[in-house]
Design a protein around this ligand. Sequence first.
Ligand code: ARG
Length: 460
Amino acid sequence: MSEKLWDGRFSEKTDTLVEAFTASVDIDGRLYAYDIEGSIAHCKMLAKSSIITEDEASSLIQGLEKIKAEIETGQFQFDDTLEDVHMNIEARLGEIVGTVARKLHTARSRNDQVALDVRMYLRAETANIISRLTELRKVIVRLAKPHTDAVLPGYTHLQRAQPVLFSHHLMAYYEMFSRDAERFRDCLGRTDVMPLGAAALAGTTYPIDRHYTAELLDFPKVSANSIDSVSDRDFIIEFLSAASICMMHLSRMSEELILWSSSEFAFIELSDAFTTGSSIMPQKKNPDVPELVRGKTGSVFGHLFAMLTMMKSLPLAYNRDMQEDKKPLFEATDTLQACIEIYIRMLPNMKISKETMLHAASEGFLNATDMADYLAAKGMPFREAHNCAGRAVSYALNQKKELHELTLEDLKSFSSLISEDIFEFLTIEQMINRRTSFGGTASENVMAAVREAEKELANI
Ligand code: ARG
């Protein structure tokens, strides 16, 4: 068993079960690069503030760099009995540089150290997520652009409602992922705050220069209150909340892709590379990828709740409970990135069946609202027009016909305002292209939205 870095006041050895129970290095070992970078900046600051000498700082820094190389080449043995990543590194530093290693932790505590490491980790991951979301948005726009002539039934209550352009439907997801990126950018502002120097909770008696440490680590802000610095995990909760919303969006898209690739819809076909077969039914081609994204969404929501519940009612400042923040955070980050990545690859490879979509948009009375609009345009109050079109639908249903398949005489029996021009009015093309209200599905609008998105993406 290794010697503890905190065992001065202890006369008994730690119970081995307690050692295993309190250890977190199997999870937080992943933070090693940030831990080392933070420690190097801390050494430089200590030397600049004349708390340690330049020579001491440079041997500490050389030792830390050696440890980094050891970890990266697989020579470093993480030891459970040393609890966490911070103490593993510090203990090894002692072996490399000798007693001067004991100066590294001057004016610092693991409480502010871990807060720093997690913030450094999360700002890097968040920046990566934002840039992968940009790629996903590009993929969506690239898919929307050539499909401004494909029509599908738009749904409400999963009932066919009104025809919309396929591109318009896709661009709805563009909006969602754009908001996600914005949310992550917003979180990033509150993650990018430097907590080191808060020490255990009260600050330190040493003449440290926290702003210099922040500058070295490229943090635009320094945390203002030492107690808050070590007890705050809001930035993780905010990130998990943004991640949950983003996963919720991905799960909605997944659900649509699953439905659309069923033979009941048959609007799209996912490529073979993104589907799997059944071990018993030779005909099956299963949409496992979107199904798994839909399934993984639940675990990300769970991580958000684990964090909220863990932080609820915790007294200030640091409590060991907070060590449990890393697992949900790391798992959610990995899951979200994997899901975004697979969507970036999968979407461009799916086939779109324009004819089936158009066929589905042509039946089911998707032009009933337009018949009401037609009558309203000819002077009938809209509520009355709605009722009149409803009666026409009921009649057509009995005849097993669509509205546009009724004869002019049949239609005229519902209102004398109806004339030959109604047939033109009720074509899908006209229905779509009349919806020119800002944000509506008319092709000119959708093409403008695509152009706008292209401009937005080119400026990132
Ligand atoms: N492993 C701990 C964590 O992740 C580091 C901080 C421990 N601080 C302490 N006073 N025990 O939260």
